[in-house]
Design a binder for this molecule. Structure first.
Ligand SMILES: *Cc1c(COP(=O)(O)O)cnc(C)c1O
Length: 373
């Protein structure tokens, strides 16, 4: 009797998940992945606690896979293996916490700058670390207001600057202009600065898109946080990338784990590394490039269709986030759209193809009844 209940509950949940996955358009998650070849590893504990490059005493870890994942990211972010350090995180937030933490360790007196459209984890990091945090206005497209940024910088030009640069904002997919930011820092003679890039979603797309702004370690950036949103993973996770010499400043040797304590968290799940490794091995550079191009193309399709209907909308260049005037509550609920004030967005991920876009548009037009929902 009891075990029947368990089976029933699980099967109801499975059905719910299948339905919710089929009609999901508002959040930046690639829902079209299949990692079933990895299921047998879920009968094992995998804990990558400690530094990904230091072999611990503890044997149940997946460091060999984590290191390959990191090597791939180091390559697309143009940093030589000997100067590189990073790790597989629990997601974009931890990567931001790590980048801002390093910035603060390098410049304890630094002021943190981010924009109004930056992710809420940035303000949370500032609170956690008790840092002075200045927020610039944003332009309508979600990009930083550079004039306001310069005013703020000028007023604190005696202090180091720690800047959180957006590579794809959460709501509008806007990319802050690294060149302009660096010009402003130079013009105001800020010698000590640290640039952390929040590339939660687009950080995994820009390196693969032809003509996209080059934001990598060939430029004066210091760390990048990327989440697994674009790669797709049943366990939320991500990576953070930085320069090795900064990390040597913060590391402490912990005898108990036989490794270096360089990460924000202690225990780190090792299945994430296995999942990311599998994605990289099976899809690789050309697979990701194809997927990124398709997402952008489909986002432009949706944008064009909305424009044809004179429906208020916005799409940034190199972004798959289509912002448009908030539709009916019924549509928001049915498609799990994210809403901010008068706006909603669809993030055109790998599982949102033209067919799905067309059925959304039909519903927006009121062509189809919504009785199915
Ligand atoms: C989603 C997102 C984050 C947070 O990532 P999590 O994996 O949810 O922690 C940070 N920054 C931006 C721009 C995001 O869109």
């Amino acid at each position: 009797m009891f075990s029947q209940n368990i089976a029933d509950e699980l099967s109801i949940f499975l059905q719910q998940l299948e339905q919710r996955t089929a009609l999901h358009a508002g959040y930046p998650y690639n829902l079209s992945c299949d990692y079933s070849t990895l299921t047998k590893f879920f009968n094992f504990l995998l804990n990558n606690a400690g530094d990904p490059f230091v072999e611990p005493d503890f044997g149940l870890h997946s460091r060999q896979f984590e290191q390959q994942v990191l090597a791939f990211f180091a390559d697309i972010y143009r940093i030589e293996p000997e100067n590189f350090w990073g790790y597989v995180t629990s997601g974009g937030t931890e990567g931001n916490f790590y980048g801002i933490f390093l910035g603060r360790e390098v410049y304890p007196n630094g002021v943190l700058y981010s924009s109004q459209d930056s992710h809420y984890s940035i303000a949370k990091a500032a609170r956690l670390y008790r840092m002075e945090h200045l927020v610039t206005d944003s332009q309508f497209n979600g990009e930083m207001d550079y004039e306001h940024f310069e005013q703020l910088i000028r007023a604190r030009s005696d202090r180091p600057a720690i800047i959180c640069l957006n590579i794809g904002t959460t709501v509008k997919g806007a990319i802050d202009n690294l060149e302009i930011v660096v010009d402003i820092l130079n013009r105001n003679k800020i010698q000590n600065y640290y640039i952390h890039c929040d590339g939660a979603l687009s950080g995994m797309m820009l390196p693969f898109l032809k003509g996209a702004p080059e934001i990598n370690f060939n430029q004066p950036i210091d760390s990048v946080a990327i989440s697994a949103k674009f790669i797709g993973s049943p366990l939320p996770c991500g990576v953070v990338l930085t320069k090795k010499h900064y990390v040597e400043k913060v590391e402490t040797l912990i005898e108990y784990i036989g490794s270096k304590d360089t990460t924000i968290l202690g225990s780190r799940n090792g299945h994430s590394s296995l999942i990311l490794w599998h994605a990289i091995k099976t899809r690789g550079y050309s697979g990701f490039a194809r997927e990124a191009a398709t997402c952008i193309e489909n986002a432009r399709y949706l944008y064009k269709q909305l424009k044809l209907r004179r429906y208020p909308c916005l799409l940034n260049e190199f972004s798959n986030t289509v912002v448009f005037a908030k539709p009916s509550l019924q549509l928001i609920k049915r498609w799990q759209l994210a809403v901010l004030e008068d706006w909603a967005h669809i993030i055109v991920m790998q599982n949102i193809d033209k067919q799905k876009i067309d059925s959304f548009l039909d519903e927006l037009d009121g062509v189809q009844g919504l009785q199915a929902g």
